[in-house]
Design a protein around this ligand. Structure first.
Ligand code: NAP
Length: 250
């Protein structure tokens, strides 16, 4: 296990067969590529996002490619309340009877602004979507994950979640919080089969990256499809026992 490099991990196509995993922010960017890769490796995937159309088009892509039929859950993490999380847990239990993993991928950038002028409402929203929603979802779905023999929770970090950088405001702070949440939870679950880790995707060609770096040549950075290897590694059996770590996808 120790000689595997998660960044170049390349498992066989049936690697995730029999598993049901949830991906948040599955409609676009990194989440879409990760959900597609999980399905291509045999997982049934719960596609969670706030808009139905991109989730339906991904559903069609997966089925057309011969992947296991996914499931769609629309949920706006900025406004979802307690009952919405319990409904999600109920529907997963009724439809699949299991949950083997979650990728907390959904996130927003907020604004690039000095702390001195950072808008308080934007601060609250970014912290809520990027951090608090992942906490509440994990807490609500934990009983289902505890029933799996081999569950994996993946949080999404960032370079600015490990070293603070000017003007990254609430986004950076939310990612520091995400690293902390991942470590605390990993420690609490260390005596269980549930592994908990973070992935920092690195510079990746998505709408969020474009918003943060409008002048950058998109072709100079990785496509979402290029960075799925560590997600496949952490969601599959080869990462059993790997917990409390933070990985770089590039
Ligand atoms: P993206 O293309 O903007 O995709 C973000 C996804 O999150 C979209 O599917 C979006 O849905 C969803 N989302 C946003 N707000 C939501 C809400 N309130 N409720 C439900 N879903 C919501 O960004 P990305 O670059 O793929 O980012 C994915 C993750 O990687 C994020 O956590 C980001 O912080 C992290 N990351 C990215 C990079 C990079 O270079 N791209 C680098 C480091 C870390 P909609 O389509 O409805 O907006």
């Amino acid at each position: 296990m120790t000689d595997i490099d998660p960044r170049t991990y390349s498992p066989e196509g049936t690697h995730l067969e029999g598993r049901f995993v949830l991906v948040t922010g599955a409609g676009a960017g990194i989440g879409r590529a990760v959900a597609r890769a999980f399905a291509a490796h045999g997982a049934r995937v719960g596609l969670l996002g706030r808009k139905i159309e991109p989730l339906e088009s991904l559903y069609d892509e997966i089925v057309t490619a011969g992947g296991p039929r996914p499931s769609i859950a629309t949920m706006d993490l900025a406004t979802a309340n307690g009952p919405a999380y319990f409904e999600l847990a109920d529907s997963i239990e009724k439809e699949f009877g299991r949950l083997d993993g979650i990728v907390h991928n959904a996130g927003i950038l907020g604004v690039r602004s000095p702390i001195a002028h950072y808008d308080v409402g934007t601060w609250t929203e970014v912290l809520h979507v990027n951090l608090t929603a992942a906490f509440v979802m994990t807490q609500t779905l934990l009983p289902l994950l505890q029933a799996s023999a081999d569950a994996s929770i993946i949080f999404t970090s960032s370079g600015v979640g490990r070293q603070g950088r000017a003007y990254w405001g609430a986004y950076a702070v939310s990612k520091f919080g995400t690293e902390g949440l991942s470590q605390v939870l990993a420690d609490e679950l260390s005596a269980t089969p549930i592994r908990v880790n973070c992935i920092n995707p690195g510079r990746t060609r998505t709408a969020m990256r474009r918003a943060a770096y409008p002048g950058e040549d998109p072709l100079s950075i990785a496509a979402p499809e290029d960075i799925v290897a560590p997600y496949l590694y952490l969601m599959g059996r080869d990462s059993r026992g790997v917990t409390g770590q933070s990985f770089d996808a590039q």
